[in-house]
Design a protein around this ligand. Structure first.
Ligand code: M6R
Length: 608
């Protein structure tokens, strides 16, 4: 979603803003702009398309002089991506400039009201209502105007605001859209995410809902919506800027796939003590855990797919009934929920609007919410009752790989913990399961080292129209994720189907040469899925099978086979997904797609 960067200090603002926006490109955007105060007036430059255009228009920022400014990359919601709709937006006299991430839900009402008062709107955006409303309330005191605006706007927002009459100040405010601030000896910064300012400072402060920050060159003050000054703690960011660089890889996605073994080990090892799983972050006794009979998992996209696998693993190992919901459905379907249940929300960014809303809905109903989250200090991490962090490190590519893998690991750990306290796995079986988990990082490494044949195979499918993924049980969950990975970055139409469901409709789509990828890792379902392979082959499909080492029988049915190392079938997702991630990646690379920043997509979906 949109990215915001702002700076006030001794240095020229425009280069700092451009650099910060470039580091937020992964969030997804389709236009960009900046406003810088040059000592007399606000200069605003905007352009549709890539940030490169803005850089060229301003000669890398050097053409926009001034030490205070705000910048924005816009992911279009209200109005097409063009120059008029790009941010910053400004009032008629161009004395107030605003950048915004989020959605102002009552903007039509505000727009009508302001138009009646004579305000002219130049764009189709919801944001423009904010800047005119600021103008309407501004009587010389910026803080007071912002406070009044916050009382009138509904929806989600992170805002950066400059008033030309107060060029020694920069304002930031948020509700339900991420925003951080930071400071070094050269000035103060605002940004949508840490990588934008990590080059300058590791000490950042998370702005909380409906807080206003007034930044000057050498200090920051925080206020509540009622203008009371508040004290805030800052946090030290542990990872360094290199973690958010490509480090010699062609794409972030490839780098992040290669980081999976470490991310998996980092998520697993601190939570294994001897022969036990210890998850202190749960803050629950074994008795409390043992009393849980129902779990609701709620998430979006790949995190939802991790949840689907989690259902099979949790139900299988701990015999707790699990329901998995898409957050966008859960939040509005008024679900009937069992008393005493636990809600698990899963999110890499910790900012996904629907997942956050599902968390709040669950808490409102009195349920305990556990967040499985990657971004430390994110909204979901802060609002959940307890947080199980996935230690994947910063994930930049829009298509998730390492965060998804660590979400699986977190769910395996939970399943084992529940199994132990509920005694649904015997003391003899438990150490073997732990050993299998510990082997996963090396096994993933092995699969990654064998990428060349997958690249060659993928090259054959860069012209494909449709590709299908099928599997049963956990293999179906793997197929869901493999299909999403392929389609989001290669733009090839793809569907995942429960293998047994094909003959109820989808099989009519199979034509001569259609690629069907069959995931076959669950020994008790081998024969069933092989029957489905035979069915699609009879209709002309070319079948790629991903299966366990030793299942050589499959070669009689499938055309091309990728073997994964031996593990417990509950954990096979973590291995089978690796060649399928590589497949999706190499198809997209072969097609010349913008792998890290696929069209229309955003890394962190902060609007519903
Ligand atoms: O940050 P989250 O994990 O909450 O994001 C959820 C989805 O938006 C995300 O997984 C999305 O589907 C990815 N593009 C998939 O690669």
């Amino acid at each position: 979603m949109c990215g915001i960067v702002g700076y006030i200090g001794n240095n020229q603002a425009a280069p700092v803003i451009l650099d910060g926006l470039a580091r937020l490109e992964y969030r997804g955007y389709d236009s960009a702009g900046m406003a810088v105060f040059d000592g007399e007036k606000l200069n605003i430059v905007k352009a549709a398309g890539r940030l490169k255009i803005l850089e060229e228009m301003t000669h890398g920022g050097s053409a926009l002089k001034g030490c205070v400014g705000i910048g924005h990359t816009r992911w279009a919601t209200h109005g097409i991506p063009n120059e008029e709709n790009a941010h910053p937006h400004f009032n008629e006299n161009e004395t107030i400039a605003v950048v915004h991430n989020g959605i102002i839900e009552n903007y039509i009402f505000l727009r009508n009201m302001l138009q009646k008062k004579g305000y002219q709107f130049l764009s189709e955006t919801d944001t423009e209502a904010v800047v005119h409303l600021l103008d309407y309330y501004y009587k010389g005191n910026p803080l007071e105007a912002i406070r009044k605006v916050l009382h009138r706007v509904e929806g989600s927002y992170a805002l950066g605001v400059i008033f030309a009459e107060h060029p020694d100040q920069l304002f930031a405010v948020r509700k339900d859209s991420p925003l951080i601030v930071g400071q070094d000896e050269n000035g103060c910064y605002i940004a949508s995410d840490v990588p934008a300012i990590l080059k300058y400072t590791r000490k950042v402060t998370y702005v909380d809902n409906q807080e206003i920050v007034r930044l000057r060159g050498d200090h920051m003050h925080f206020y509540s919506i009622d203008e009371e000054e508040i004290q805030k703690e800052s946090v030290m960011i542990e990872w360094d800027a290199n973690a958010a660089e490509k480090g010699g890889y062609e794409h972030f996605m490839l780098k992040e796939m290669y980081e999976q073994p470490k991310a998996m080990a980092d998520t697993l090892l601190p939570r294994i003590k001897g022969q036990d799983v210890v998850i202190e972050e749960l803050n629950m006794t074994d008795e409390e855990l043992a009393s849980i009979r129902k779990i609701y998992i709620v998430a979006c996209g790949s995190a939802y797919h991790a949840g689907v696998t989690g259902k099979y693993v949790l139900e299988g190992l701990s015999r707790i009934s699990v329901e998995v919901d898409l957050a966008s459905e859960f939040r509005y379907r008024n679900p009937v929920m069992e008393e005493g249940a636990m809600v698990i929300v899963i999110s890499q960014s910790g900012e996904t609007a629907d997942t956050l809303a599902a968390l709040r809905e669950s808490k409102k109903r009195g349920f305990r919410v556990l967040g499985i989250v990657n971004v430390v200090g994110s909204s979901i991490a802060r609002e959940a009752d307890s947080v199980l962090y996935t230690w994947a490190g910063p994930e930049i590519a829009v298509a998730t790989t390492k965060a998804y893998s660590t979400q699986l690991m977190a769910l395996y750990l939970l399943a084992l913990k529940f199994a132990k306290v509920k005694k649904t796995v015997t003391d003899q079986e438990f150490p073997g399961l732990l050993e299998d988990l510990k082997k996963l990082p090396d096994q993933i490494e092995l699969l990654l080292s064998n990428k060349n044949p997958i690249q060659r195979f993928a090259n054959r499918y860069i012209g494909a129209k449709d590709i299908f993924f099928i599997g049963r049980g956990i293999d179906y969950a793997i197929s869901l994720e493999a299909s999403l990975k392929l389609k989001e970055i290669s733009y090839i139409h793809s569907e995942a189907y429960a293998a047994g469901e094909l003959k109820h409709g989808t099989i009519s789509l199979i034509e001569e040469g259609t690629l069907v990828s069959a995931v076959v890792t669950q020994p008790e379902l081998y024969a069933k899925t092989i029957s489905n392979i035979v069915e699609v082959k009879a209709r002309g499909a070319f079948v790629l099978a991903v299966t366990n080492e030793g299942n050589f029988e499959i070669e009689k049915a499938a055309d091309y086979v990728i073997y994964i190392p031996e593990t417990n079938p509950y954990f096979s997702n973590s291995l089978a997904i690796i060649p399928l991630q590589l497949f999706g990646y190499y198809v997209a690379v072969g097609k010349g797609c913008d792998v890290d920043k696929p069209r229309n997509l955003a890394k962190s979906v902060t609007v519903e």
